[in-house]
Write a protein that binds this ligand. Structure first.
Ligand code: HEC
Ligand code: HEC
Ligand code: HEC
Ligand code: HEC
Ligand code: HEC
Ligand code: HEC
Ligand code: HEC
Ligand code: HEC
Ligand code: HEC
Ligand code: HEC
Ligand code: HEC
Ligand code: HEC
Length: 286
């Protein structure tokens, strides 16, 4: 026996051993029983969605967890199924959204590719993804988008999703970002009556704003007004500073010309004699 044949027979020996180890034993009859001694449960003639779900588990669960309006029997949408064959187009055996819905957002090319936004046909609302939606917000919501654009302020620099985050339709609290606002936060309604959400810098003042809100930032005139005994002290700041924040009325807007020309001649204005509008002490009255 030369060295070569010795090596060869050793290799053959080990191959045989490995082969033995890897080969599974033949099923010993009787151990698991003869599978053909049993009869399988037949798929029912008319399958229910639960039957479909035995194979299409994920789809069933998507519909179930989506909690949307598509929770009706599979076959209502899939009148035919398991009909896909070689040479066919896959999408031709599947239902089309437009068969039931037409084109709810119009026929512009952006809006006809339903699955760009409704990513899962079986849970069309739950699968709306706000990142995918972002390029289209303004198409469906021209009002907010227009305000942000036409009234450039700090909010215009933010993406829609910086505020409407997490899921489509989510409304943020102002205090998510404005931790300690200048008035007490109760709800957004309290803020947006002066600051429309999409153009907050364009402050509009309702006619019933209490003076203490203005006093926070304008303590001086507020103090003077509150301490005055004259008729103006009964008025709301916004009765005079109406319409827009920062608006300054003219005395004549309300009083016309109350004195004969001869009385006021030589004076620059009403305040020469009436002092401060928030106080109205005539010169020398105190
Ligand atoms: C509201 C209608 C509707 C219902 C209900 C529905 N489907 Fe579908 N299904 C569709 C549409 C539409 C598509 C095709 C989506 C596409 O174009 O990709 C589809 C695609 C499929 C597909 C192939 C694509 C994939 O996602 O694998 C399977 C499989 C399927 N559905 C199974 C089911 C089963 C099972 C049920 C019930 C548990 C069911 N469907 C309920 C509308 C429906
Ligand atoms: C025994 C398993 C099984 C059951 C039960 C079953 N399917 Fe399928 N189905 C498959 C397989 C496998 C495919 C091909 C691979 C795939 O697309 O997932 C398929 C594909 C599909 C498709 C896409 C392709 C086509 O040809 O239509 C639809 C739609 C579908 N099934 C709907 C249903 C519906 C509805 C039911 C219940 C009425 C159902 N299936 C029950 C296994 C099953
Ligand atoms: C076989 C008919 C059918 C098909 C196909 C179908 N739907 Fe529906 N869909 C309905 C019905 C019925 C409702 C519930 C009534 C309604 O809102 O019109 C519904 C509701 C919806 C809703 C509303 C809200 C909710 O709670 O889920 C959306 C969104 C929707 N479908 C999107 C789609 C999309 C996207 C497709 C294609 C991937 C599609 N549908 C395919 C029948 C269908
Ligand atoms: C650009 C993204 C986008 C595309 C593309 C899109 N949708 Fe929608 N769809 C939405 C959003 C967002 C809603 C609003 C959901 C809500 O009410 O909260 C919606 C709502 C719906 C609704 C329920 C409310 C309604 O208006 O009737 C249906 C049904 C619907 N879409 C079907 C479709 C169908 C069918 C297509 C394709 C022809 C489609 N969508 C394409 C984003 C889209
Ligand atoms: C700085 C945060 C912020 C940004 C940025 C923002 N929003 Fe809003 N949005 C809000 C708040 C807060 C409300 C609730 C306002 C209210 O209660 O009156 C709201 C309300 C809405 C509403 C429902 C009420 C309405 O006015 O129609 C829509 C739709 C909307 N936003 C869309 C958008 C879109 C689209 C964009 C981007 C173009 C956007 N928003 C950018 C904070 C924001
Ligand atoms: C395909 C049209 C469509 C697109 C795209 C779309 N929306 Fe909407 N959106 C709707 C519809 C429809 C409603 C529900 C109708 C309603 O309540 O006014 C809605 C509701 C909302 C609401 C809640 C309104 C309320 O009063 O509670 C907000 C906020 C909103 N969308 C913001 C956005 C933002 C931000 C984007 C982009 C990331 C966006 N939407 C994209 C159609 C759309
Ligand atoms: C996602 C964060 C965010 C939310 C939510 C938010 N804001 Fe702002 N807002 C900002 C930022 C950032 C600025 C600019 C820096 C600053 O003043 O803090 C700003 C500025 C402002 C300004 C100053 C005017 C301007 O254009 O600079 C007002 C007023 C304002 N926000 C009011 C509101 C009100 C009211 C709400 C709720 C309806 C709200 N904000 C919700 C982020 C937000
Ligand atoms: C009565 C009207 C009114 C109400 C209600 C109101 N604000 Fe203001 N807010 C103003 C005025 C006026 C200014 C000053 C604007 C300027 O500087 O030109 C202002 C300024 C701001 C500013 C920018 C300056 C600063 O203080 O940082 C922010 C942010 C702000 N408000 C947020 C809010 C929030 C959040 C709420 C709700 C909790 C709210 N505001 C409620 C009238 C109001
Ligand atoms: C958050 C602080 C803040 C609040 C609240 C606030 N203001 Fe102001 N206000 C300012 C600032 C800052 C200015 C100066 C910058 C400007 O012109 O916008 C100003 C300017 C004014 C001016 C113009 C002053 C001038 O010299 O031209 C008037 C008038 C005024 N505010 C009245 C009010 C009234 C009335 C209220 C209550 C409804 C109010 N403000 C609430 C901060 C505030
Ligand atoms: C009867 C009408 C009237 C009422 C009420 C009133 N104001 Fe004035 N206010 C004026 C007039 C007029 C001027 C302009 C005075 C001038 O031309 O120098 C003025 C000026 C101002 C100014 C700018 C000059 C300054 O004094 O700083 C501020 C700020 C102001 N008012 C805030 C307030 C606040 C805050 C309140 C409520 C606490 C208030 N006003 C109530 C009429 C009024
Ligand atoms: C937005 C309207 C408005 C403006 C602007 C206004 N007033 Fe008046 N003023 C009133 C009202 C209302 C009264 C109370 C009238 C009454 O009781 O008959 C009043 C009362 C007065 C009185 C009587 C004081 C008293 O206690 O009897 C004087 C004086 C007066 N105003 C001067 C002025 C001067 C000066 C200005 C400009 C600096 C001015 N007013 C601006 C609405 C206004
Ligand atoms: C030369 C000083 C002087 C000038 C200028 C002046 N007033 Fe007077 N005004 C008076 C005096 C004095 C009274 C009477 C004292 C009082 O009733 O408190 C008075 C009274 C008033 C009254 C109360 C009248 C009433 O019937 O109760 C009003 C309102 C008034 N002035 C508004 C104005 C207006 C508006 C201007 C500017 C167009 C103005 N005044 C300019 C000195 C002046």
């Amino acid at each position: 026996m030369n060295l070569k044949t010795h090596q060869l027979s050793a290799a053959v020996f080990w191959l045989l051993i490995i082969n033995l180890l890897l080969t599974p034993p033949l099923p010993a009859a009787g151990e698991e029983g003869d599978i053909y001694s049993k009869v399988p449960e037949k798929m029912p003639e008319k399958m229910t969605p639960l039957d479909c779900a035995r194979c299409h588990y994920d789809i069933f669960m998507t519909i179930k967890n989506g909690k949307g309006a598509h929770r009706f029997p599979c076959m209502d949408c899939h009148e035919t199924f398991h009909s896909f064959r070689r040479g066919m187009k896959y999408e031709d055996v599947l239902p089309k959204c437009t068969e039931c819905h037409d084109y709810p957002h119009g026929k512009s090319p952006d809006m006809t590719a339903c699955k760009t936004c409704h990513q899962k046909p079986h849970a069309p609302l739950a699968s709306l993804d706000i990142e995918q939606l972002l390029p289209f917000c303004g198409k469906c919501h021209p009002g907010p988008a227009g305000q942000l654009k036409e009234h450039p302020g700090s909010h215009s620099k933010l993406s829609c999703n910086a505020c409407h985050n997490k899921y489509h339709g989510n409304i943020p609290k102002c205090t998510n970002c404005h931790g300690t606002p200048h008035t007490k936060y109760v709800d957004n309604k309290g803020c947006v009556k002066c600051h429309p959400a999409h153009m907050p810098q364009d402050v509009s003042l309702p006619s019933n704003v209490p003076n203490n809100i203005c006093a926070k930032c304008h303590p001086e005139p507020a103090k003077i007004l509150a301490g005055s005994k004259k008729a103006h002290s009964k008025l709301h700041c916004v009765f005079c500073h109406s319409y827009k924040h920062g608006f300054i009325p003219k005395c004549q807007d309300c009083h016309g010309v109350p004195h004969p020309q001869s009385v006021i001649e030589g004076f620059k204005g009403c305040l020469d004699c009436h002092g401060n509008p928030h106080d109205l002490e005539l010169a020398g009255e105190k």
